[in-house]
Design a binder for this molecule. Structure first.
Ligand code: HEC
Length: 167
């Protein structure tokens, strides 16, 4: 009896700790897969790069949103996934002093798991390019590039974004 229950329990744990992914999109070279429902995630913040004229929204899965709304972001909890969606900017058609998103550039993600991603500060990194969601990176070493640029904010658990203030 016990022998039968144990595998069921561990299968349940696997489901809880993993995430649903888009099976029709190729995984990143480090094996990470595109989270399936990221387009429905809630917003943590937004940013605008004035040097290369791109607009971004920073989004999170449920775990990340819960942490960000409760100020529990240093460290972020295991299982949190942060996403960043990037667009080129253009002038708002009917109000040219405003800027609005234009062409979609890429979607990128940070997956928190301190035991799993020890080589990159406890976060797994992945990026998918353009509308056809092509995985970024020649081999799995690509995430060292992400990690290196996020290292200046090591003391903030490698995350640049501060969640927006909300009433
Ligand atoms: C040249 C530096 C640089 C590189 C390389 C870089 N990032 Fe970032 N990343 C940033 C900065 C700065 C921000 C915060 C502001 C912004 O860009 O909107 C950021 C934000 C993020 C965010 C939102 C959470 C946060 O830290 O604010 C994710 C997710 C992310 N990057 C993933 C990646 C992935 C995946 C890669 C590699 C494929 C990568 N980054 C490579 C500089 C970098």
């Amino acid at each position: 009896m016990k022998k039968r229950i144990l595998p069921l329990i561990s299968a349940g744990f696997l489901l809880i700790n993993s995430y649903a992914f888009a099976a029709d999109v190729k995984p990143a070279p480090n094996g990470l897969q595109l989270p399936e429902n990221y387009k429905d995630w809630k917003i943590i913040s937004q940013s605008h790069r004035i040097d290369n004229k791109t607009m971004r929204i920073i989004i999170g899965n449920e775990k990340a949103i819960e942490a960000s709304r409760n100020g529990k972001t240093n460290p972020w909890p295991k299982g949190a996934i942060l996403g960043k969606l990037v667009w080129k900017q253009k002038a708002e058609e009917n109000w040219p002093t405003a800027i609005a998103p234009d062409k979609f550039v890429h979607a990128e993600f940070m997956f928190k798991d301190s035991e799993k991603y020890t080589e990159t500060g406890g976060w797994g990194y992945a990026r998918w390019l353009g509308m056809d969601q092509k995985p970024y990176g020649k081999n799995k070493q690509f995430s060292q590039e992400c990690f290196a640029c996020h290292t200046p904010v090591k003391d903030r658990d490698y995350v640049f974004t501060t969640p927006v203030s909300l009433p």
